[in-house]
Write a protein that binds this ligand. Structure first.
Ligand code: SF4
Length: 369
């Protein structure tokens, strides 16, 4: 595979010479950066922090925080059995089932339509959460296993990879043998992802858009398309076997949330997925829920308006029709249900989600079930 394919650029046609040059330097930096990252301690990686594409260069070990809003201390908002994930992920262990979701506080992306804005820190004020050192992280995973979790599902941990890599190693050393899921926005630097090699069983990256103007407007990241394509390509490479064959189906599941009125963005994402993600599953989500007035998260770029309505039935059928057209045969698609606010969690409560889809096991509120 040539570097352009690896960086995920070929979907958009023939790159200009400038794009080629930029990609060459990125490839060169990738290896030197990776050696530098893998030889550093976790503390050193946070200071100056260049773990993700925001490149804030702040001293997180010294208590500073960058765009993600978090210092070097790992903070967690809540953990519990989540039955709202794809069927493949929720299992049925111990008669309850559910993915063992651990919601990490903070976020390096900050979408204006984020439903988890209370715990990302992009809704105003500090993200809800409580510090969880490695031994506490192990206790949380043990409690999830005891309650019947099918896996450990780490949600939005891209800005805390060093702490979480240490946590996963400790979990394995403690004999907790559940599969580990990495559930992220795909805005990680590939060098940082390398720290997770051998520690993650299933990657669940979002591919939000490949439209630069949309990613700039909705989450202040014009470089998101290239970054996400490179991160997903890296994840696919990390789960390939030694012979370089496509990964076992389901070890990478690319999620895409369809945005009302932005179907061209979805079509581009689907086309790229069909051409670049052999062996991965697609999960199409139609749960977009407009936030109540005054509740929109913000981006550091300033005001931006998220779509103010639900997905229409016509949009739903249009997108489903594209799957056959593009030859995408394996994956999941949410059913279109009547518009309501069921998908809006409230993390100020011990159980942020409707009782049917989530059983709390640990919370920043010191909740003990
Ligand atoms: S992880 Fe956080 S502090 Fe570090 S570069 Fe990314 S947003 Fe900035």
């Amino acid at each position: 595979m040539n570097p352009l394919e690896r960086a995920g650029f070929l979907f958009s046609g023939v790159p200009t010479p400038w794009q080629n040059a930029a990609i060459f330097f990125r490839e060169f930096n990738f290896y030197t950066d990776m050696i530098a990252i893998l030889s550093k301690s976790a503390e050193a990686l946070y200071s100056p922090c260049k773990l993700c594409h925001r490149l804030c260069a702040v001293n997180r070990a010294g208590g500073e925080s960058g765009y993600c809003g978090e210092s070097a201390e790992l903070r967690i908002a809540c953990a519990g059995l989540h039955r709202g994930e794809e069927p493949l992920l929720i299992g049925g262990h111990a008669g309850t089932g559910g993915s063992g979701a651990i919601f990490v506080s903070g976020c390096n992306l900050g979408c204006v339509f984020c439903q988890n804005r209370q715990i990302t820190g992009h809704g105003g004020g500090r993200a809800l959460g409580r510090a969880a050192a490695t031994d506490e992280f192990v206790r949380i995973c043990a409690a999830l296993k005891e309650r019947g979790a099918a896996n450990i599902n780490i949600v939005t941990g891209s800005h805390a990879i060093p702490a979480l890599a240490a946590g996963i190693r400790a979990v394995r050393a403690a004999g907790i043998d559940l599969p580990v899921l990495w559930n992220s926005s795909a805005y990680e630097d590939p060098c940082a992802l390398e720290m997770l090699r051998g520690l993650v069983d299933i990657f669940l990256p979002d591919l939000k858009t490949l439209d630069r103007s949309l990613s700039a407007r909705l989450f202040n990241a014009p470089d998101y398309p290239e970054a996400a394509a490179a991160a997903i390509t890296k994840m696919l490479g990390m789960v390939n076997d030694a012979a370089g064959v496509p990964p076992e189906a389901g070890r990478v599941m690319v999620r895409h949330l369809v945005l009302p009125g932005e179907l061209e963005s979805t079509r581009t994402v689907l086309r790229w997925f069909a051409g670049n993600c052999a062996g991965a599953l697609l999960s199409l989500m139609f749960q977009y829920t407009p936030l109540p007035r005054g509740k929109a998260a913000y981006t550091r770029a300033g005001e931006a308006s998220p779509p103010a309505r639900f997905i229409s039935e016509a949009e739903y059928h249009t997108v489903i029709g594209w799957l056959g057209e593009l030859g995408i045969e394996e994956g999941f698609a949410q059913e279109l249900t009547a518009p309501d606010n069921e998908w809006l969690p409230d993390f100020s409560c011990p159980n942020p989600f409707p009782r049917g889809i989530y059983t709390p096991v640990w919370s920043w509120l010191n909740y003990t079930p």
